[in-house]
Design a protein around this ligand. Structure first.
Ligand code: ATP
Ligand code: MG
Ligand code: MG
Length: 582
């Protein structure tokens, strides 16, 4: 594999390694609820990054960018990328999501085993530390309990052009704040009646520094800590602590967190002053999130698509979830190539969906064996071929990889061919079947079209031909007759009639929901077509997730969920760039 192109984050990492920014760090051991105590051992990892999803949904293609970036840095610079579940929000998190997220990260080819440890962490394991750190902020005069209503707090926060107003509770003595905060923890106050706020600057031009809330009261059962807590830390307070406890060096997030960086640094500096954390501290860096045309990359919208029944579930092959992409037949190699190709920058932009499709084509072209499939079948009868007889033809499994060998494809008197491969009256430049024309049956004989039959509606139902016995592919006579057309076929007596799903884009607009449209109104009503196709017999043995190129059509995968042994169902992953080669 080619090394990914450099980018500004790689430059920062290389500079930090060269300057030894993190060389003095000690390995923190297993960060648990209590301990941030360094072990006295030097940290074996040169850098530590993390991938910190909230387990409140399935991962999507945007997350793949973040995964490839964070795990890719660890892979390339002798570091570790922590798999961390950011589960500080008790209400929306579920085990199902935890499992699917782990599965997707591993499927993409990454893992969290390094230096003899499994670096799988849960932010909720640090609730005790986060609480102690909050008490420290109170006693050091850096936090206070505010009893204003949510509405008052919103108004007093001010605006971009107008400074905020100090809360009447801002100068409450530390002992009172501490007592109240403990009462909050002990369940003495109703939800929403008070919050703990950092005491920074209500006149700061950065609104995020106008005394942000760091703890709120919320009576909710947490999937990990149960009912132990009725107060929970806010994300912007919890996240820097999680990073610091785990010894993260480069905390990489998307651009919308840029304005939070001063608060990230503030929290860590205050706790370092108090001896609760040690220098060198983690640093946050922002990159632009992935925006991809023809899809939506937002958990909220994906949840709506699933719950609203617009798709069959989280792993619907049309969804841009990683679970859906996997069922669609997209490859981990394709995603890694895509991440390298789009790069990492701070410029917001839209990436064309075709770039992702090209990456899938490129990787599948390498890996997928070739097979023959007739998607829109009509009969071809070779009238001069003996009835009841058949013979073997030989088709290479991969044209660029002779080592993958050939398979036998049976030929007999009646074949299935594509409806498009016959024209009663050929248009200009049409080299396939029409009356009196000769073409090659790929891997078989040259045939000459002798006639056709139509039904009452004028649709062609059967095409007739004769074959030229000396022209079989792979025999000395194969080149005796030159033909311009080369068509694929499947023996009707041997074919496997299979369910094949042809997917199109889920949205018909490049930017779903742009302007004043609702993105749901941009759904493509024809994103799924189910057909019965005639496949070469070898495809009957396909195992779930086996990928193939169906010659001339595109890449297909045996569906992971709906295939049964001896009766696989196929999903079209992506069409070939040039669908009709001659
Ligand atoms: P969404 O915006 O879809 O709800 P999220 O940001 O809330 O996603 P998290 O679970 O918090 O989802 O994300 C985990 C990580 O993935 C974060 O570090 C986040 O920055 C990153 N990430 C999420 N969406 C994208 C995207 N479109 N492009 C790049 N990285 C992303
Ligand atoms: Mg989030
Ligand atoms: Mg989000």
């Amino acid at each position: 594999p080619v090394a990914p192109a450099s980018n500004f984050i790689r430059h920062i990492v290389e500079r930090d390694i060269e300057q030894g920014t993190y060389a003095s760090r000690q390995w923190c051991g297993e960060p648990g609820d209590a301990s941030t105590q360094a072990t006295g051992q030097p940290d074996p990892a040169k850098i530590r990054t993390r991938f910190p999803p909230e387990p409140n949904g399935y991962l999507h293609i945007g997350h793949a960018k973040s995964i490839c970036l964070n795990f890719g840095l660890a892979r390339d610079y002798q570091g570790v990328c922590h798999m961390r579940f950011d589960d500080t929000n008790p209400e929306k998190e579920e085990q199902e999501y935890v499992d699917s997220i782990k599965d997707s990260v591993q499927w993409l080819g990454f893992g969290w085993e390094a230096f003899g440890h499994s670096h799988l962490y849960y932010a909720s394991n640090y609730f005790d530390f986060m609480y102690r750190a909050a008490e420290y902020l109170i006693t050091s005069g850096n936090a206070y309990v505010d009893q204003q209503s949510a509405e008052e707090m919103r108004i007093n926060r001010g605006t971009l052009t107008e400074a905020g107003k100090n809360s009447p509770w801002r100068d409450r003595p530390a002992e009172e704040n501490l007592a109240l905060f403990r009462e909050m923890r002990d369940g003495k106050h109703p939800d929403g009646s008070m919050v703990l706020r950092a005491k920074i600057d209500m006149a700061s031009p950065n609104i995020n520094l106008r005394d942000p809330a760091i703890y709120r009261i919320k009576r909710a059962t947490h999937h990990n800590t149960g009912d132990t807590w009725c107060i929970y830390p806010m994300y912007t307070y919890a996240h820097p602590l999680e990073d610091a406890l785990e010894g993260i060096t480069h905390s990489i997030c998307t651009l919308e967190f840029e304005d939070q960086r001063p608060f990230y640094d503030w929290v860590l500096e205050k706790l370092a002053e108090g001896g609760l954390l040690a220098h060198p501290l983690p640093k946050q860096y922002e990159f632009s999130r992935l925006n991809l045309t023809y899809v939506v990359l937002s958990k909220r919208k994906l949840i709506e698509l699933v719950d609203g029944g617009h798709v069959s579930g989280w792993d619907d092959p049309r969804l841009p979830t990683l679970a859906g992409a996997r069922r669609r037949g997209y490859t981990p190699e394709g995603f890694r190539l895509f991440a390298d190709r789009i790069g990492v920058s701070k410029a917001d932009s839209w990436i064309e969906y075709t770039i992702l499709e090209d990456c899938m084509r490129e990787t599948l072209n390498e890996s997928a064996e070739r097979r023959i499939a007739v998607l829109d079948p009509i009969k071809l009868v070779i009238d001069n071929y003996p009835e009841g007889q058949s013979e073997d033809c030989f088709a290479p499994n991969h044209p660029q990889k002779p080592e993958l060998g050939k398979r036998t494809v049976p030929l007999s008197r009646e074949l299935w061919i594509e409806r498009e491969d016959f024209m009663e009256v050929p248009s200009k430049g049409y080299f396939r079947l029409f009356p009196d024309n000769t073409v090659r049956l790929r891997y078989g004989y040259v045939i000459k079209c002798t006639g056709f039959e139509k039904d009452a509606d004028g649709n062609v139902t059967v095409v007739h031909c004769d074959y030229l016995p000396d022209t079989k592919s792979g025999t000395p006579g194969a080149d005796s007759i030159k033909v311009k057309g080369n068509i694929h076929w499947v023996s009707a007596a041997h074919a496997y009639a299979a369910e094949v799903r042809l997917y199109d884009r889920l949205f018909k607009e490049a930017h779903p929901g742009s302007g004043d449209r609702n993105y749901l109104d941009d759904i493509n009503p024809n994103s799924l077509t189910v057909i019965t196709a005639q496949l070469e017999p070898a495809l009957k043995e396909a195992k779930p997730e086996d990928t193939f190129q169906f010659e001339r059509h595109g890449y297909f995968v045996a569906d992971k969920k709906d295939s049964v042994e001896g009766k696989p169902v196929f999903n079209r992953t992506v069409t070939l760039r040039d669908a009709w080669q001659k």
